[in-house]
Ligand binder design. Structure first.
Ligand SMILES: [Zn+2]
Length: 254
């Protein structure tokens, strides 16, 4: 039996690329970034659009008729869905990093964006569900809302991990959640502005499927930024302090 996965993946990636190239809202976001006007609202909208295109590309080419025995075997699901979501994650992180760099520059902060640790479990779980049925048509929904939701989580992860890094570096990040007009009471209850610790504690980075609410973050220099160490009479380098803090927490989560 011929291996259909490589050919299928090529078609999906080509269509994904074309959808992105043809999207005028993505062009607007790229222009806002170039003009230095973008915020993490653009990061959020970007991730939602990319998730939509990733989902559309997967659904166009992964069909019951095109699959051996009408089933999405694990080895096919694993190679295709993972590759598309990895690509989507890189795109979201790329845009988010550009936005973060511009925000730092505007605030006069000499830090670099943190590339978030990916949550591998989420993707593994999706692939298992997609491959977990004799008939693909029974699990085709996995390529719709869950793919979009995971792609949005890349933006949420980026913002969360950078906010936590900033707080550890003595900066004052503010996380703001706004609700989409047509969203639900749970989301309405999360609307507001939070500091880094509260944002995590109140679950501000969480979202249900089809949620269009925006989680954004801004940052300014805080009281402990450039804090003098009284014992050594040396000024602590905030970037170095943040690195030490990041090393302490890496691997604890996810
Ligand atoms: Zn919502």
């Amino acid at each position: 039996m011929t291996d259909i996965a490589p050919g299928l993946l090529l078609k999906i990636m080509a269509y994904f690329k074309q959808l992105i190239a043809d999207d005028t809202e993505l062009t607007r976001i790229a222009q806002a970034i170039d003009g230095g006007e973008a915020t993490h609202a653009e990061t959020q909208i970007f991730s939602r659009i990319i998730g939509g295109h990733a989902s559309a590309a997967l659904q166009k080419y992964i069909t019951a008729e095109g699959l051996p025995d009408g089933r999405l075997y694990y080895n096919i699901a694993d190679r295709i869905i993972r590759a598309v979501l990895d690509d989507a994650r890189e795109k979201v992180n790329g845009t988010a990093s550009q936005v973060q760099t511009a925000l730092y520059k505007a605030a006069g902060i000499g830090l670099k964006p943190v590339v978030p640790v990916p949550n591998k479990w989420r993707v593994d779980d999706l692939i298992s569900k997609a491959a977990n049925a004799e008939k693909f048509e029974d699990v085709s929904w996995t390529l719709d809302a869950p793919v979009k939701n995971i792609t949005q989580s890349y933006a949420d992860d980026f913002i969360r991990q950078n906010v936590e890094f900033q707080a550890a570096a003595g900066l004052q990040p503010t996380v703001t959640r706004t609700a989409a007009a047509d969203c639900c009471p749970w989301c309405a209850g999360l609307v507001g502005q939070y500091d880094a610790a509260d944002a995590y504690e109140y679950g501000i980075y969480r979202r249900h499927e089809r949620c269009k609410c925006l989680v954004t973050a801004t940052v300014k220099k805080g009281n402990t930024w450039g804090l003098q160490n009284v014992w050594t009479k040396r000024w602590v380098d905030p970037a170095e302090a943040a690195k030490i803090e990041a090393r302490k927490t890496i691997g604890l989560e996810q």
